[in-house]
Design a protein around this ligand. Structure first.
Ligand code: IPE
Ligand code: IPE
Ligand code: MG
Length: 237
């Protein structure tokens, strides 16, 4: 890598961690083995993003639609998430601010307490913001934001004409953060699957054929290089 200091510094990156099941199937393993390996890759790529000086990263871990999967698979994913939560305090030493996106009220109460505690303990950290989307959907996030604003209007704290893009953005889970510069989707799929619909307005899409459990630091380098070659115009010339 030519200049690691600069090529990723300050970037905001969304990552749809996809392909765990196919990875496991290819090896004749249960799908849960793919999720286990995927969780390890998530932790390594987080550390690498820190090293690269990335400003914020948004990981899609579990969607509002993923509850449709068999109970055993959902339970296994949630168990991995719980194990991760117990370890997440490492991010204190990494100086990461951790933010959980999504409706946590559907998760186990002890998970919710840990999530709240982690956010609270890391909120003044000055390093990368590590966002983890669990029970997250882009549409539910927009609906929630609309509701929060409606409640403010009802309480007389704002008037309807004060509802603008900035007000909506401030009511999202990602408030105060830069929209993703690019959204990376491994596994070859070419869709957002309800990820960051509001924030993705001008994000570049970077799709890669590698399955998430096989994803390496080098693959992230390739994705960033691909993004750096794009010409963003934001509607201008
Ligand atoms: C992504 O991998 C993990 C979650 C959605 C929780 P998948 O489980 O979707 O893997 P594939 O797409 O079936 O290979
Ligand atoms: C998106 O992947 C959700 C996560 C990676 C958490 P899916 O595997 O659920 O998406 P679809 O079903 O292929 O669109
Ligand atoms: Mg998938």
């Amino acid at each position: 890598m030519a200049d690691k200091e600069h090529f990723a510094r300050g970037l905001s990156i969304g990552i749809i961690m996809d392909g765990n099941g196919r990875w496991a199937k290819k090896r004749g393993l249960p799908r849960t083995a793919g999720h286990k390996r995927g969780a390890e890759v998530f932790q390594d790529i987080t550390r690498y993003c820190n090293e690269l000086g990335v400003e914020s990263v948004f990981f899609y871990a579990f969607s509002t639609e993923n509850w449709k999967r068999p109970f055993e698979e959902v339970s296994a994913i949630m168990k991995l998430f719980g194990e991760y939560l117990l370890k997440a305090f490492d991010y204190q030493k990494e100086n990461n601010r951790v933010v959980f996106m999504g409706d946590r009220t559907a998760l186990e109460p002890r998970y919710q307490s840990l999530m709240n505690e982690i956010e609270e303990k890391t909120k003044n950290n000055t390093g990368m913001t590590l966002n983890i989307a669990v029970n997250y959907g882009g549409r539910p996030e927009i609906v929630r934001a609309a509701r929060l604003l409606a409640e403010k209007v009802q309480r007389g704290e704002m008037s309807p004409d004060q509802i603008d893009e900035a007000a909506l953005s401030a009511a999202m889970y990602t408030h105060g953060q830069k929209d993703p510069d690019f959204i990376l989707r491994p596994s070859g799929e070419k869709r957002l699957s309800n990820f960051m619909l509001w924030q993705a307005a001008y994000s570049e899409m970077v799709e890669m054929d590698v399955l998430w459990p096989d994803f390496t630091r080098h693959d992230l380098d390739l994705a960033i290089e691909e993004f750096n070659r794009r010409s963003r115009r934001f509607g201008g010339l």
